[in-house]
Design a protein around this ligand. Structure first.
Ligand code: ADP
Ligand code: MG
Length: 990
């Protein structure tokens, strides 16, 4: 063990600071590098063990611990008193020499047998642990006879309970809790020294590990030993357990559990020096080492080492009863211990030679005794007098060890690694900064260059533009100057001219123009007026002529007298107006003449005016006069015109009235003519019996061409009259309006009613009018008249009109629906007038042609009424009745042939067969033909056959088949007879 100063930067602890405050064990306080919270725990522990009692800070502290009596002690020493007596309060121990004498020894601490593991740790080991945390090497070592509690004190794991934990566990607990895994490193190696061979307890295969000494520092290391970084206390306890298992323990007689090997726990603590940590942190944060040059930034590391040594027993070999291999073993054990004793002796006596190299133990503990380590030694003793010699030897060892003084030094090293890292960071940072700056400078330069080029370009352009513009402006200037000069000259000339061409001339000219315009207007107007007047005159003359004509016509009718009178009055008025107009015209003529003379004068003046400028004023005056005069004339003319307009409107009103009167007159005339024609017709009327029935033609088609009432005149002259009348009536209708004519049907005046009815009847003869008449309520009006009027003419004409309307299939339905059948039957029953009866019969005949109305006609009694009409004896009436029956039977037979009807004929039910037979003789040929046809058609229905037989109609049919004047009817009758089985059967019988 050497006190030589090493090459490492170990710094000696200043003795002055150490002397100011010491802990319980006399160790000087050491600075703590742990966090405030962790540091406080250490500080508290230190406070509890404070009391300076030694002036030498590096001296090895020695405490003695007495093991309680064990079972063996109690058994063998029951009669003896203890060989030691402890005075813990005085830190003294008395070793009994004999019954009378004892030697007293002072120690740094004396632990009685009842001392707790905790107190032992805090007094013996804790100051050393704190020292280690602060960067000093430290050693805690247990020395004593086997079985006195070295392992108990140092290596106990404390599985039974934490209070039983030994120094190793407690020391590591403190170290772990006072270091930070982020910055600090705690590592261990666990070895045993046995028979001068170092074995790795954490890797038992590693045996005989060599000790390497650094020639520079003189420090020892075991490069072959396993070093494990400690994560936490559990991890450490686990490793310790492994080591314990591996530890070879040889049993001895004295204590079967004790070990003959030295167990050495090495704890390496590495942490950044205090103050430097903060520096480093801040430097990392800023990424820029701010104060490198000052040297304050050089990071240092505290690299300290704690040795906890559980020595093998210090007893004599003979006493332990070892033999054979064990003897050899004991020699080696003692070699190391003897060597340690010698070294301590030498150190205690301050001998110049320390035999450190004699054993491996002394080599390993070189720094612990006489080195730079803070060292605590606990010596364990037993109470038994039997081991007095061993106890005394142990005490003496302790006493000598107390004299060893170490030079405690801070184990501080420059942390080259982190320093290098830091420097590299800084270099990187500065390089980046420089690059950044360089880039910025380059960018700036480029920008400036670009701006410069732009500026130069724009400058050149501006120069060009300015030059061009100045040239242009110069040119323009010259041009403008010359222009201005010429304009000024022109202006001057213009002004002179303008002065000459006075405003008066312009004014006069203007007024003259105005005059001319006025004259032209006057002339045009005059002409128009004259034209209008001429036209009116002509029209008036025309109207007068017409009025005279119509006046003559009007005299014929009584009703028109008043109107005619009025017309005469109107004529008078017109004459008067004409007179007035004549006068006006004369007046106007006069004015025109005057105006003409004035114009001539004006013209003269105008021609004169052109001759000389001097006469202009005169002319102007005259012109003004003319204008005034003209104005007056115009005003007068205006008045005349207004009057003329008034007259004209009066004339229009009068002519309208005249037109109306004419129309009325015309209508009257037409009616008169119609009446006359009617009269002629009624006289000349010859019924048309020659209605030609054709089998295949629909009945309505047949009717359309022929059976129109009121147009039956055969002669072409009469036809013409009728057509002329109809045209007239149509014209009346167009002018007056159908509705007005229909309204007249309801007139109070019987004559008017009759006349209107005649017009309607005539209109109804025309297919085109039929629909219109029905639409506008004509049918209703006619039915009303038929039903209500007692007047024969009305009944006749209305029936005729209905008969005409009944030509249309649509109207037939309407007539029946509106009760027309019944009304007509009623009329027939009431009148004897053959004309009326003919009309009614004609209407029925038309209705009979519509098969859908057959049932209704029967129910209405129309068929009965039709047959009853024969009583009049009028052949025309009979002809119509026969036509009706022919129509009826034809429709019926068609229905039967088509299979749409069955059963006896409705006509036969009504007794028509008898009627037909009785009326078949002595009738005109056309009536006869209707009867024949009716019989033929009825015979076609087999259901009628029996009636034919019973009534004798069959005979008539046979007669027709032979004698009918028409071949087609004869053939029809023959065919019918032939086809009917009943008739055939009857004929065969006959
Ligand atoms: P050594 O390691 O010195 O050979 P040990 O530590 O093995 O001795 O102790 C021997 C025996 O004595 C063990 O059984 C141990 O439990 C007991 N012992 C030692 N010291 C004490 C003590 N202070 N209190 C109680 N028992 C003890
Ligand atoms: Mg032991």
């Amino acid at each position: 063990m050497s006190s030589k100063s090493s090459h490492r930067s170990d710094r000696q602890m200043p003795s002055s600071s150490a002397s100011t405050s010491r802990n319980a064990n006399g160790h000087p306080p050491v600075r703590s590098k742990v966090s405030p919270a962790k540091r406080s725990a250490v500080t508290n522990a230190r406070a509890s063990s404070s009391k300076a009692d030694d002036e030498e800070p590096g001296r090895v502290r020695v405490a003695v611990r007495l093991r309680p009596r064990n079972a063996e002690d109690l058994l063998s020493d029951s009669d003896f008193a203890d060989c030691v007596e402890l005075q813990p309060e005085m830190k003294r121990l008395k070793l009994r020499k004999n019954n009378w004498n004892s030697d007293s020894y002072k120690f740094d601490e004396v632990f009685t047998e009842s001392a707790s593991q905790k107190r032992v740790y805090e007094v013996v080991a804790k100051p050393v642990v704190e020292s280690v945390l602060n960067g000093y090497n430290g050693t805690v070592m247990a020395y004593g006879q086997t079985g006195t509690g070295k392992t108990y004190t140092v290596g106990r794991l404390g599985k039974e309970g934490t209070s039983e934990r030994g120094i190793m566990v407690r020391a590591l607990e403190d170290i772990i809790s006072n270091t930070s895994p982020a910055f600090d490193v705690v590592e261990i190696s666990y070895l045993q020294l046995y028979l001068e061979s170092i074995q790795d307890l954490l890797a038992p295969e590693k045996n005989n590990i060599p000790i390497v000494e650094d020639p520079k520092t003189g420090g020892v290391s075991l490069p072959g030993a396993t070093v494990i970084k400690i994560r936490d206390l559990d991890h450490f306890q686990h490793l310790l357990q492994i080591g314990e298992t591996n530890r070879h323990a040889a049993n001895t007689k004295m204590n079967t559990e004790s070990s003959r090997s030295h167990a050495i726990l090495m704890v390496f603590v590495q942490r950044p020096a205090q103050g430097k940590v903060e520096n480093e942190l801040s430097s990392q944060e800023s990424e820029c080492g701010s104060d490198l040059a000052s040297g304050n930034g050089v990071p240092t590391l505290l690299k300290s080492k704690l040795l906890i040594v559980d020595l093998a027993g210090s007893e004599r070999i003979d006493k332990s009863g070892s033999n054979g291999h064990l003897l050899e073993e004991a020699k080696f054990i003692n070699l190391s211990l003897t060597s340690l004793g010698k070294c301590i002796n030498a150190l205690a006596e301050k001998s110049p030679h320390i035999p450190t190299r004699d054993s491996k133990l002394t080599r390993l503990l070189r720094d612990s005794f006489g080195g730079s380590s803070r060292t605590s030694l606990i010596i364990t003793i037993g109470p038994s007098a039997r081991h007095h010699a061993e106890t005394a030897s142990t005490i003496m060892f302790g006493q000598r060890a107390m004299k060893v003084v170490n030079m405690v030094k801070l184990k501080e090293e420059v942390d080259y690694e982190s320093f290098c890292r830091k420097l590299e960071n800084q270099v990187d940072y500065h390089t980046a900064e420089i690059e950044k700056l360089q880039k910025l400078r380059d960018d700036d330069k480029k920008e400036m260059e670009k701006k410069l080029t732009d500026c130069q370009n724009s400058f050149a352009e501006a120069e060009k533009t300015i030059t061009a513009r100045s040239d242009l402006l110069k040119d323009e200037n010259t041009l403008l100057e010359s222009e201005i000069r010429s304009l000024l000259e022109e202006l001057k000339l213009q002004k002179e001219r303008n002065d000459l061409m006075s405003a008066t001339v312009a004014h006069l000219e203007m007024s003259l123009n105005q005059c001319k315009k006025n004259e032209v207007e006057d002339f045009t107007y005059q002409k128009a007026l004259m034209d209008t007047t001429h036209m009116y005159e002509k029209k008036i003359l025309e109207l007068t002529g017409r009025l005279e004509d119509e006046h003559a016509c009007a005299e014929s009718a009584h009703e028109q007298l008043a109107i005619a009178k009025k017309l005469i009055e109107g004529q008078k008025e017109i004459d008067e107006l004409r007179m007035k107009l004549q006068e006006m015209y004369q007046l106007h003529e006069k004015t025109v003449n005057e105006f003409q003379s004035l114009r001539t004068e004006n013209e003269e003046l105008l021609s004169e005016k052109i001759e000389g400028q001097k006469e202009i004023d005169e002319l102007r005056m005259k012109s003004q006069e003319i204008c005034l005069l003209h104005q007056k004339t115009v005003d007068e003319f205006q008045c005349m015109r207004t009057e003329n307009e008034k007259l004209l409107s009066e004339k229009v009103t009068l002519s309208e009235e005249l037109h109306m009167a004419r129309q009325k007159l015309y209508a009257e005339e037409q009616q008169r003519q119609y009446l006359e024609a009617e009269l002629v017709k009624s006289k000349k009327f010859v019924p048309d019996n020659d209605i030609d029935f054709e089998e295949k033609k629909p009945y309505m088609e047949e009717n359309k061409g022929r059976a129109t009432f009121g147009q039956r005149h055969k002669s072409s002259q009469s036809q013409e009259t009728i057509y002329g009348q109809r045209t007239t009536i149509t014209k009346i209708c167009e002018e007056v309006g159908l509705q007005k004519i229909l309204d007249l049907l309801r007139s109070e005046d019987l004559d008017v009613q009759i006349q209107a009815l005649k017009v309607v009847a005539n209109l109804a003869a025309e297919d085109l009018n039929q629909e219109k008449i029905v639409e506008e309520g004509g049918l209703d009006a006619l039915l009303m008249l038929v039903g209500s009027s007692q007047n024969t003419t009305i009944q006749r004409v209305a029936s005729g009109a209905i008969a005409n309307l009944a030509m249309s299939e649509t109207n037939q339905g309407l007539i029946m629906k509106k009760g027309g059948g019944r009304l007509l039957a009623d009329v027939a029953s009431r009148t004897d007038d053959p004309q009326t009866l003919r009309m009614v019969a004609g209407a029925f005949a038309n209705l009979c042609g519509n098969e859908r109305l057959h049932a209704m006609l029967k129910e209405d009694g129309s068929i009965k009424a039709l047959m009853g009409m024969v009583k009049s004896g009028n052949s025309d009436v009979i002809a119509q009745v026969a036509r009706g029956m022919a129509n009826f039977s034809k429709c019926e037979s068609r229905r039967i042939i088509e299979g749409q009807r069955k059963g006896r004929s409705l006509l036969i039910v009504e007794g028509v067969l008898t009627w037909l037979i009785s009326n078949s003789t002595n009738c005109p040929p056309s009536t006869r033909r209707h009867i024949e046809l009716a019989l033929c058609h009825l015979a076609q229905n087999e259901d009628n056959a029996q009636d034919f037989i019973s009534t004798g109609a069959l005979k008539e049919l046979i007669c027709i088949s032979n004698e009918s004047s028409r071949e087609d009817i004869r053939n029809l009758a023959k065919k019918t007879l032939k086809l009917s089985p009943t008739f055939q059967a009857k004929l065969q019988k006959v």
